[in-house]
Design a protein around this ligand. Structure first.
Ligand SMILES: *Cc1c(COP(=O)(O)O)cnc(C)c1O
Length: 462
């Protein structure tokens, strides 16, 4: 199997190359050239298997024999052994037919661990095989940096530099990054805001000469391996609820669309899915596009669900590629228009998307209301991202006899501010993290100057 670009112009790549590459050279994103199929028998045989074994079976065709089975099984098993729940991603039944898929039992309490625990290991494996080292650079406003750091802390061939805005990250989120004292982990607090940090990372990717030939790797959500790892929990949860003999629906709190696109891939692989409900916060480009065919950028709004604060959903391009029947030129033309001005999808692709996707947008006041309402009805305290999903799932449920699985993307303790705003006294950290506020921290404060940051990277990478 090869991987091709959604804009049709970049060279096709192997799995190894696609893991080591971010964006395609034509500005597109990589997708598999053919979609592997899971038969009804394949799904039936998964019932009762461990999460790691299901993960191995679902992802194996995408790896295309480029990692031997024994090694790949070991990487997968190690990745998911870092989760604190034996089921890795347990299902929690809320009412007669509504389930929460708890994706937050990983090291940083949010669903990005599912992908990044594997991605770090895959990168390390391929770099070691090539006798290369690489540098990861990323900027974070708090939430995703820690998942990248936890995914790479044991990787011998990677050094990771995560920039966060000095004194502008919540204490829990800062400590989740800065208390990782591994030799290859470098936290840099930038005397500026998130945009300053982001701009320096972008400039470093645009001109990598400061690294003298060392590979610079991005671990953002456009990396194909992240999508691949996320396909697994759609399959595992549907099988747990009776697939292939029973259909399920999923509701996904969405931002860059990586998570829900992984679900769509599971569906295209043969998983019987009735519908996907896309939940957004007030940054509602996905909802506006689906509901009103308004495919346009709007100003960024800071919400109570900050990990869903986006202007553009980068992975939506992968779905557009499918909806436009894999016509890369049409996707490139649409996205070029979109960058310049408000635009709309063509009728046929939009109609095709509406057959399988529904959407709902949830503002901040409603997030607080939902946290209270869900607690009243189910005793669960939802994090603000999951709260958008809970409401969207109720509103866009569809056929009541089809089980609805809402993806719980973060642990409420990670976003306690919103929970307190909703009127609760707070949420304790889970037991294995309850000493977080006492752990030793390590980070370096630097001015918001590109030269200073790049010099720090060059001097400290191993
Ligand atoms: C990243 C994130 C999301 C959004 O996921 P996408 O794949 O970008 O759609 C939702 N909730 C939480 C807690 C996240 O960290």
């Amino acid at each position: 199997m090869r991987y091709i670009s959604t804009r049709g112009q970049a060279p096709a790549l192997s799995f190894e190359e696609v893991v080591l590459t971010g964006m395609a050279s034509d500005g597109g994103l990589y997708v598999p050239e053919t979609i592997p199929q899971l038969s009804a028998d394949d799904l039936t045989e998964m019932a009762g298997l461990s999460y790691a074994e299901i993960a191995f079976r679902v992802m194996r065709p995408f790896v295309n024999g480029e990692i031997d089975d024994e090694t790949f099984r070991r990487l997968v098993t190690e990745a998911y052994a870092t989760f604190s729940h034996d089921a890795v991603v347990p299902l929690n039944q809320l009412d007669a037919n509504h389930f929460l898929l708890e994706l937050f039992h990983g090291p940083t309490l949010a669903f990005k661990d599912v992908a990044l625990q594997l991605l770090g290991r895959l990168l390390d494996h391929f770099l070691k095989k090539r006798g290369e080292r690489a540098v990861i650079m990323g900027a974070t406003s708090g939430d995703t940096g820690s998942a990248a750091i936890e995914g790479c802390r044991h990787c011998d061939n990677l050094d990771i530099f995560i920039l966060h805005p000095y004194q502008r990250v919540s204490e829990v989120q800062r400590r989740q990054m800065t208390s990782v004292l591994a030799d290859n982990v470098f936290n840099v607090a930038i005397e500026g805001n998130f945009d300053d940090a982001q701009a320096m990372v972008k400039a470093s990717f645009a001109d990598q000469s400061f690294l003298n030939g060392t590979r610079l790797v991005a671990v953002n959500s456009i990396n194909w391996a992240r999508i691949m790892a996320q396909i697994v929990y759609y399959v595992a949860s549907a099988v747990a609820l009776g697939a292939p003999h029973r259909k399920v629906s999923f509701c996904v709190p969405s931002a860059n669309f990586g998570n829900v696109f992984a679900g769509y891939m599971a569906y295209r692989m043969g998983l019987p899915v009735e519908r996907f409900v896309i939940a957004t916060n007030a940054n509602d480009i996905l909802h506006r596009t689906l509901a009103a065919n308004d495919f346009s950028k709007q100003e960024l709004k800071a919400t109570l669900a900050p990990s869903m604060d986006i202007v553009v959903s980068s992975n939506f391009e992968r779905l557009l590629f499918e909806a436009y029947d894999r016509d890369g030129a049409a996707v490139a033309a649409l996205l070029e228009r979109f960058q310049a001005e408000p635009t709309a999808l063509a009728d046929a692709p939009l109609a095709q998307l509406r057959e399988r996707f529904a959407s709902h947008s949830v503002d901040d006041a409603t997030i607080l209301e939902v946290i209270r309402e869900a607690h009243h009805r189910t005793q669960e305290i939802l994090d603000p991202h999951t709260a958008t999903g809970y409401r969207a799932a109720e509103r866009e449920r569809g056929e009541a006899s089809v089980p609805m699985i809402t993806l719980a993307t973060a642990h409420p303790a990670k976003f306690a501010e919103a929970v307190v705003k909703a009127g609760f006294p707070g949420v304790p950290l889970p037991p294995h993290m309850d000493d977080l506020l006492e752990r030793e921290e390590r980070y370096t404060v630097l001015p918001a100057e590109l030269a200073a940051v790049q010099q720090f990277v060059v001097e400290n990478r191993r």
